[in-house]
Design a protein around this ligand. Structure first.
Ligand SMILES: NC(=O)C1=CN([C@@H]2O[C@H](COP(=O)(O)OP(=O)(O)OC[C@H]3O[C@@H](n4cnc5c(N)ncnc54)[C@H](O)[C@@H]3O)[C@@H](O)[C@H]2O)C=CC1
Ligand SMILES: O=C(O)[C@H]1O[C@H](OP(=O)(O)OP(=O)(O)OC[C@H]2O[C@@H](n3ccc(=O)[nH]c3=O)[C@H](O)[C@@H]2O)[C@H](O)[C@@H](O)[C@@H]1O
Length: 481
């Protein structure tokens, strides 16, 4: 019988206290009171926020779990060496953004943070450690991590490492629900005796609350690839429905009716068929581009081109929506006030990474529109920084104001543009809003959340993604297409 190299896990450490590391570890601490969980980060300010009353990220249900477990079996620290030395199992949950320089610029994920953590683990580890890739990485990334760790093993016989892949599938805004009740947990590892032992230890953690049949174990490369593929398939569904939204606008078919009818087929399914102004968020674009780059590197240009199409449609949808706004505002938005409702990439999050709002606003700013933005969760400084990054600080100062209520944002505006599907936008007093706007007043619904008919009865001109212009109610033609 082979000795058990990896004992029962009682100390878990997560390097990276971001959108994934924080919520995931809070859930592990909540569900496994016998395990001590420490989340570390090189960003000391972020750790201070995790230790404060105001956590650095907003997720429904997160505060309650963190406040209950913090100081009991959940800790946030910047002492990375100490945490690594004491850990039985270490999650690597650092960012893997699209590389913005050198080889693979604009396509490949930047793995410098993952490598840096691997080197830190190699430096400070004592005894056996299970190292778990939580970050989304290209196929074979575990091999690079393993190579760095094996080097440390050569100089210290007490060190033992096994690298596992355990990608995260939570979505922002529903992270706590997704973590508490995941469709599946995926764990990839080596089929060696030590590899299987390490996988079994990670399974044991999740088994505290996830039914065993929902914990899938595969080889390492299948696990790494499955994460990229899952995101690519999800993004592909949105680009598919968005491409059809343009056909609807040109024909009189209704995108929500088409999505409903198509999604009723159980083979297709009804989720992720909501037409929109384009998908945003830190991962879909990054991970599809990572898959495209991987395919190019593997000399599979047809596969790369196929997935690149998902990104192309997304960019086109954002541009198409901005062009529609300009066309319907009589082909000029210069100096016109336009209210922007929503800046986050989806509702129930303050995250703005790759938000479609940034791209649509950029297009409107290029036409010198004056934009007045309201979002219930995004800080003003965040909006200013995001917009300045794609235009210029001068343009932002000249053209953008940020309001703390939607009525102020819409006052005196020629149009309202809905870019995030916040529930509160549905229940606003649109009679009052209409009274205080320039007339004719228009609403462009990029999220299909508003009652178009009711708005037209108030007197608005309306446009919604995937909805044909209704000549009986509004003046929109097909200009701009
Ligand atoms: N945001 C999401 O909803 C999801 C993200 N993912 C993946 O999870 C990974 C992490 O994503 P997020 O949590 O959103 O990123 P994030 O940017 O919110 O957090 C990453 C954290 O890692 C820290 N960090 C970077 N290098 C470090 C180092 N060498 N030592 C210590 N700390 C370091 C950063 O300071 C930052 O706080 C990415 O690979 C992403 O693709 C996967 C599923 C969902
Ligand atoms: O790897 C990741 O980071 C995560 O990426 C997505 O999660 P997230 O980006 O947080 O949010 P989604 O709900 O997937 O929405 C992404 C974007 O697509 C848009 N969307 C979503 C669904 C839809 O039907 N239509 C649509 O336009 C959303 O508004 C948003 O802008 C995946 O859903 C998660 O499973 C994955 O773990």
């Amino acid at each position: 019988m082979t000795d058990q190299v990896f004992g029962k896990v009682s100390k878990v450490v997560c390097v990276g206290a971001g959108y994934v590391g924080g919520p995931t570890c809070a859930m592990i601490a909540h569900k496994c009171p016998h395990v001590t969980v420490t989340v570390v980060d090189m960003n000391k300010d972020k750790i201070a926020e995790w230790n404060s009353d105001k956590l650095p990220i907003y997720e429904p249900g997160l505060d309650e779990i963190v406040f209950a477990a913090r100081g009991r079996n959940l800790f946030f620290s910047s002492d990375i060496p100490k945490a690594i030395a004491e850990a039985d199992l270490i999650f690597i949950s650092v960012n893997t953004p699209t590389k913005m320089y050198g080889r693979g610029k604009g396509m490949a994920p930047d793995l410098k943070y993952v490598e840096s953590v691997s080197r830190t683990i190699a430096q400070y580890a004592v005894g056996p450690k299970i190292v778990v890739e939580k970050s989304t990485v290209p196929v074979k990334a575990a091999e690079s991590i393993g190579c760095i760790l094996r080097e440390a093993q050569k100089n210290n016989a007490n060190l033992k490492f096994q690298v596992l892949s355990n990608p995260e599938f939570l979505a922002e805004g529903t992270a706590m629900k997704d973590l508490a009740n995941p469709d599946r947990v995926l764990i990839g590892g080596e089929s060696s005796t030590e590899g299987l032992q390490a996988v079994a230890e990670l399974v044991r953690i999740y088994e505290n609350w996830v039914p065993r049949e929902r914990i899938i174990t595969t080889n390492t490369w299948s696990s790494e690839l499955s994460k990229l593929v899952a995101n690519a398939f999800l993004a592909q569904r949105i680009s598919s429905i968005n491409s059809i939204s343009a056909v609807c606008e040109a024909t009189g078919a209704e995108i929500s009716e088409v999505a409903h009818a198509v999604g009723f087929d159980t083979r297709i399914g009804n989720k992720f068929l909501k037409a929109s102004v384009g998908f945003g968020g830190s991962c879909f674009q990054k991970d599809v581009l990572s898959l495209v780059y991987l395919c190019e590197s593997l000399n599979l240009p047809q596969v790369a081109e196929y997935w690149q199409g998902v990104i192309n449609v997304n960019n086109w949808q954002r541009r198409r929506f901005a062009d529609k706004i300009i066309a319907e505002l009589f082909n000029t938005v210069t100096d016109k006030k336009i209210a922007i409702f929503g800046f986050a990439f989806k509702k129930n999050t303050g995250d703005t990474r790759e938000s479609s709002a940034i791209h649509v606003m950029k297009h409107l700013m290029e036409e010198h529109a004056k934009l007045s933005v309201y979002d219930p969760k995004v800080q003003k400084s965040q909006m200013i920084n995001d917009l300045a990054a794609v235009t210029s600080a001068d343009d932002v100062t000249r053209l953008v104001t940020v309001e703390t209520d939607p009525y102020a944002a819409a006052r005196g505006a020629h149009a309202i543009v809905v870019l995030t599907e916040w529930d509160e936008f549905v229940d606003l007093d649109y009679n009052k809003i209409h009274d205080n706007m320039q007339h004719p007043a228009a609403i462009f619904d990029g999220r299909l959340i508003l009652d178009q008919k009711a708005l037209r009865e108030i007197g608005f001109r309306t446009f919604a993604i995937g909805t044909a212009p209704d000549q009986a109610y509004n003046l929109f033609g097909t200009a701009g297409y």
